[in-house]
Design a protein around this ligand. Structure first.
Ligand SMILES: Nc1ncnc2c1ncn2[C@@H]1O[C@H](COP(=O)(O)OP(=O)(O)OP(=O)(O)O)[C@@H](O)[C@H]1O
Ligand SMILES: [Mg+2]
Length: 327
């Protein structure tokens, strides 16, 4: 309970469903995670695992008919999973900032970055025009944009990709949110720029005590930026723990496969799905453990009984072999 009270965001047993003509697809099952102030939780897993869906559910941005079918989402002391659109709109930007892969999804090409920053600032904070403008310039300075007094009057297309993503970070931080959800924030950028953006994000969030959910395919980014790592597979969380443990002593056979697929630590890889076989489709998840068709350690129990996420050492893993069990 003590830990839950401290958390900025606390997701409990989240289930997301998409009702359709051919039945209901469960996109997320029993996802539980929490992030404390100033903590960066990396979220990894191959394409379709449910990483973005988790971020969208937290922000109240599930595409209809997608819906939260079970579980709870707490933002500090406030439960936010069943709020109306208006209330969620207020929370987005003010309490939850977002950074997406493509800076241009967050920026309007028709307005100067100053206009966009001031609008966001004034929408969420009770500041006058002049103060909001000053805050916009300061934010641009904070994210390392040279000559911010001039740059504030420029349009998004006048910035390079890396500088544009810095503007997006400034925009996400504009109202001092408690949580930032960054979904592949550097994937669209040059490799040489990626590390700078990640270290900027990390430094700012540590300074401002912002909790961060950082979705990425890049284990280099995880190693550099994350404090803890959550591993997702087929809509479930299958391992979570401190970054050193998950990278160097992974518990779950899937995580072990992920780590083994990285040529050497620190090397950047584009795709993680180098484990034999592929992740099951959401409408064809096998009985028992969803990883069982690809698991070299799978035993009879794994074929018909689903392992729950269970505490091991400083983290948790969903495998019958962990916590002294047998497969
Ligand atoms: N509108 C939708 N209706 C039904 N299923 C959906 C919908 N949107 C996404 N999904 C499914 O939800 C699952 C999770 O998708 P999600 O986008 O969260 O994956 P991801 O882990 O972010 O993958 P990537 O690394 O490719 O970004 C996928 O299997 C996807 O097909
Ligand atoms: Mg995604």
């Amino acid at each position: 309970m003590g830990e839950a009270q401290q958390a900025v965001i606390d997701v409990r047993n989240l289930k997301v469903e998409f009702p359709g003509r051919r039945g209901t697809v469960t996109a997320l099952s029993d996802v539980s995670l929490s992030i404390r102030p100033g903590e960066i939780l990396g979220v990894v897993g191959e394409s379709g695992a449910g990483k973005s869906m988790t971020g969208l559910a937290i922000q109240g941005l599930l595409e209809r008919p997608g819906r939260i079918a079970a579980g709870e989402i707490w933002l500090g002391q406030r439960r936010i999973d069943a709020l109306g659109d208006r209330e969620m709109e207020r929370i987005r930007g003010r309490e939850i900032g977002a950074i997406f892969q493509d800076p241009l999804t967050s920026l309007n090409p028709l307005f100067t970055v100053g206009a966009q920053l001031t609008e966001t600032i004034r929408q969420h904070l009770s500041l006058g025009r002049v103060e909001a403008r000053a805050r916009a310039v300061q934010l641009l300075r904070d994210v390392g944009i040279p000559s911010p007094e001039e740059r504030v009057n420029h349009y998004p297309h006048q910035f390079s990709g890396g500088m544009r993503q810095r503007v997006v970070i400034a925009l996400a931080l504009a109202a001092s949110p408690k949580l930032i959800i960054a979904d592949e924030p550097t994937t669209a950028l040059d490799v040489s720029i990626q590390a700078q953006i990640i270290s900027l994000l990390r430094r700012l969030c540590k300074e401002k005590k912002t909790a961060v959910m950082l979705v990425t395919h890049d284990m280099g980014v995880i190693a550099e930026a994350a404090d803890r790592v959550a591993v997702m597979y087929a809509g479930r969380l299958i391992e979570i723990g401190p970054v050193e443990d998950v990278l160097h002593a992974p518990r779950h056979p899937y995580t072990q496969g992920l780590m083994a697929s990285i040529p050497s630590l620190g090397a950047r890889v584009e795709k993680l799905n180098q484990i034999d076989g592929s992740m099951p489709r959401l409408d064809a998840i096998p009985m028992g453990c969803s990883f069982n068709p690809r698991c070299r350690s799978a035993g009879p129990r794994c074929m018909h009984e689903r392992p729950e996420l269970t505490a091991v050492a400083n983290g948790a893993s969903a495998c019958w072999l962990n916590a002294g069990g047998t497969a």
